[in-house]
Structure formats: structure tokens, C-alpha cells
Design a protein around this ligand. Sequence first.
Ligand SMILES: [Zn+2]
Length: 141
Amino acid sequence: MFIGHFAVGLALKRVGKALSLGLLFIAVQLPDLIYGVTLLTGVEKINIVAGTNPLTSAEYIFFPYSHSLVAILLWAGLAALIFLIAPLKSSLPKSKTALVMATAVLSHFTFDVIVHNLDIDLLGNGAYKVGLGLWNFPPPP
Ligand SMILES: [Zn+2]
């Protein structure tokens, strides 16, 4: 589940060699980091149900602020904006840095859609949910 996100961070490191791998890892995990905060504060919710799927007992019932497509687009835009305006010393042009960081954040949505069940919200209002459910098919032991 998490390794796919980190693989994108590693791949993007090749595109933006001057970028910190730590920052790329934060960017690819940003929705999950936000989710940790919103879950602990009760803004977003899960149920713990044994047997939900073979890899996790979490039933994701409400997490539009961290994981909906609209939210992740906004988080990616915010990441790009920060890297456009922040006075960072880098050999990369700011526009390329911003694009790489936004791509890193957006990639989270793609990989979560592949593994999650039908619980990833597109608009954040619960009307349209996607998920291909790859984690229902864990690798054989
Ligand atoms: Zn996630």
C-alpha cells in the first residue's frame, strides 16, 4: 500500500535530482499525513471492522478532506504554490520544482484508487466513489 507511493517519490527524484528525497516522500504521502491529523481530530472517520479486506481492518467511511480527488487537487496546487513562492535555493527552476511536487501529491490519488475499495470520493460530497480494490487480492504467501 505505502510502497507504491514511495516508489513514485523515488522515480520523481530522478526527474528533480536537486530535490530532497525527504520532501518528495512527504509530498507523495501528504494526503495520508493530513488524514492522520483529521482522523485524530475526528474530522474524518474510519470504522475498524475485522475482515474488511485481507490487508487492513479499516473501513474508510469519511475522508473527503484528505483523499477526495478535489481535495488532492487542492493539496497539490497548494504544494506547487509553496514551491513557486518559497525562497528556496535549488538548481532547478521553481516551475519545475512546483510541477514535480504537485505531481508527487497527485500520484497519491492514483495509487490509492488502485488499491482501495470503492471508497475514494471524487468530489468530496460522497456522490461518486471510485476504487479498484487491489488490496482484496494480496500476494500469495
Ligand atoms: Zn492514502
